[in-house]
Design a protein around this ligand. Sequence first.
Ligand code: FES
Ligand SMILES: [Fe+2]
Length: 442
Amino acid sequence: MNFAADPDAVSSLVRHDQVHKDVYLSAELFALEQRALFAKTWNYLGHASQVPERGDFFTLDLAGEPILVLRDPAGQVRAFHNRCAHKGTRLLTAESGRISGPVVRCPYHAWSYRLDGGELAAFPLKEGYEHTRLGESEAGRGLAPLAGFHVYRDFIFGRISPQGVGFEEYFGEILEGIDLMVDRSPSGRLRIEGGVLRNTINCNWKLYLENINDSVHPVSTHASAVRAAQSVLKGLSADAPKPLAFEQILPFGQKYDFFEQSGGKVFPNGHSITGTRFSIHSGYGAMPGYEAALKAARGEDRARQILERSPQNTVLYPSLALKGSPQTIRVIRPVAVDRTVIEAWNFRTLDAPELLFDRALTYSRLVFSPMSVVAHDDIHLFEAQQSGLRSQAADWVSLHREHDARELEEPTRETSGTNELLIRNQHRAWALYMGAGQRGPA
Ligand code: FES
Ligand SMILES: [Fe+2]
């Protein structure tokens, strides 16, 4: 099947209540996703606290392309394609670091570029280029900035393609998920700390992103982790201090009813919230001094709203999932049709108790790390799903739970926490970008 030539064939892979297995298995669709979906949507690049000083940079791959994010000499954060204009060498190969001075120099033939705009600043043997057409060529333009770039409350986003919707229009109301994280700091400041945990999983990226909205699986998938925690708890004397881990693991043992009641919400462009009313994070212990500081900083109403709302996951489709409490995020980095890197980053909430940061670190270790007692159960299943889908027994994957034909008329809709609408909504965004999106700007 030549999907690139037939956008309708791509759209037809997503039915109202089922999705075709090719969306997880086709290498051709994966290649198309890079151009039609990941290049045209807004994707998370990183956080401004990763480049605190002038000249600081970090690198990443987005939609299969090398990207460079830096803080320029005037203090502004910028993003460029990490490609030397001369012969295409990846300009910076380190994951992060600091550039001294106002230019970055390619290690190959020493062409150098201004950090504030990417213009070609100097190159050797200049006289050899006199009377040539270098100035009118792509190479003469210097480093290419990302076509779309937006920093929202220190969260840095980029869009590779010049085509596509604007930042605010693309994310809309779901940006409140970022507000909820940032506003937990009385001074409105978060800082990435504690490094990054990377997990390479042999599955399609959609299987992971669906799971972030799947609040039915913990009851079965994570039963053994809960049993282990319960058995350790039984062995502790009643007055022994309880490790933070119990507060975080035991809620995974909630029943279906809890997850159903917890609430969900979908938004246009694939975004969603799991746990709109409450979540497995709602029972974390109170911190009276912090709550008073938050009320002083944000006002009684907003402080209460922040403290009461701990969604299980907020998905900024297709690359970012937030938790509000604990203060952690996951970033989805597709590598191949059957390989995905998941990054977990932790925030220190400035001017807030150390306990908030401890919760983030403990949660990441317990639930996101490759050595976690929770993630390995999920990962085993993602990989089992990726290989099971190859079976010829069936072509379609069920998304029927609580399907309601009227949901198509309401792109923003509140629902139960277990409705597969949250997952159907991801696939509808996928079909929109992969089908109609191929024809031009959405
Ligand atoms: S490839 Fe970078 S200077 Fe030649
Ligand atoms: Fe899970």
